[in-house]
Design a binder for this molecule. Structure first.
Ligand SMILES: [Zn+2]
Length: 144
């Protein structure tokens, strides 16, 4: 067994029972990299040591958080945190893609209910209309 295999095996033994890298850690890593870019831009524009110090403290805190989550043995709690993050991010992505699909649909006009935030679809070219929200019954006045 060569040196690299031994290092790989000892790393695998060390990581056994630990959380490792999950989606939340990857998102934190992306945030870390973005903060690095922000720090570089700010330090080029603003010649204040305070801004750099604040960015450095935030970067250090983020790095500690990333490593702490990765090496944590409380896998259940880390998985719960990760599940919440995945649900939040998935909801955000599906809302964004639904809005893009509504924007691309030129045959319908979409109205948002002010009461329950439900989205109602009506065909374009019907003139002034009154829509009754299918969810809560609120009337929506609009022009399609
Ligand atoms: Zn409604």
């Amino acid at each position: 067994m060569n040196f690299l295999h031994r290092v790989g095996n000892s790393l695998a033994r060390f990581m056994y029972g630990r959380n490792g890298v999950d989606q939340l850690n990857m998102a934190l890593l992306v945030g870390y990299l973005l903060l690095c870019v922000v720090r570089a831009v700010l330090s080029a524009l603003v010649h204040s040591g305070l801004v750099r110090t604040i960015c450095d403290v935030l970067l250090l805190a983020l790095a500690i958080l990333i490593f702490w989550r990765m090496l944590s043995r409380d896998v259940y709690r880390r998985q719960c945190e990760n599940r919440k993050w995945v649900e939040f991010w998935g909801g955000l992505k599906s809302r964004r893609s639904a809005a893009r699909a509504r924007h691309a649909d030129k045959e319908h006009k979409y109205f948002k209910c002010r009461n329950c935030k439900a989205i109602c679809r009506v065909p374009v070219g019907k003139g002034k209309i009154v829509i009754t929200c299918p969810k809560c019954g609120q009337e929506i006045h609009g022009r399609s």
